[in-house]
Design a protein around this ligand. Sequence first.
Ligand SMILES: [Fe+2]
Ligand SMILES: [Fe+2]
Length: 233
Amino acid sequence: MSESEIDLRDTPPRRVQTTAFHAARDLERGNALVLLTAEDPALLMESLNLQLRDLLAWETRAAEGGFRTRIVLRDETEPTDAIDLLTRDHRRLDEQLAIALRRVNAGDMAEAKRLVAAFAAGLRRHLEAEDALLAERLPHPAGADGVSHVEIMLREHAEIRDQLVEVEAGFGGAEAPEPWEVEPFIAILSGTIAKHEYREESNLFPHWRAALARMAARDQADLLTQVRAILAA
Ligand SMILES: [Fe+2]
Ligand SMILES: [Fe+2]
């Protein structure tokens, strides 16, 4: 584990973000990055993390002449709750499908088929954790239009399952398909999932997080264990 430190206390404000972004983007597994800033970096860190697709975990404390923020890769830390675990699983699934799509585009259909099968199993476990466990145990908040965010989630899950079946069917024949036969279906599924994850994370998860925070610590930990068990099944 190596730790590198960047002192941004005298860096002009307009350059702080870019410098921090490049350092955080290059952060490697097992390493930590320490930023020293004159200002509270809360907003800076939120914005960096957004740019880097939720890759980072950090802790800030006041230090001499400013703030000291220690950054590591988020997946090297323990998930804080069931929602954190599912959010990380979104990123993992996105990455897995993107890799499968690259194999399709490279014409490596045997490897693509293997990757799609692993992705499909993981995606079904993820949907099951949300449908069968969390939707049963956690509240069903409604949006400004009165429609329940959980209803929308369940509807989108049904659509995702249908599209997944289409993708699997493309690989289901006795002979390997041509890339152009499966690529459009994977691209459609990938777009549907991205929109769904975005809606879930911005509309539903904040409510579920708040509900978790109101639960007894033991029940919270219990739910995390159960979600983890379903995802790992
Ligand atoms: Fe979902
Ligand atoms: Fe999800």
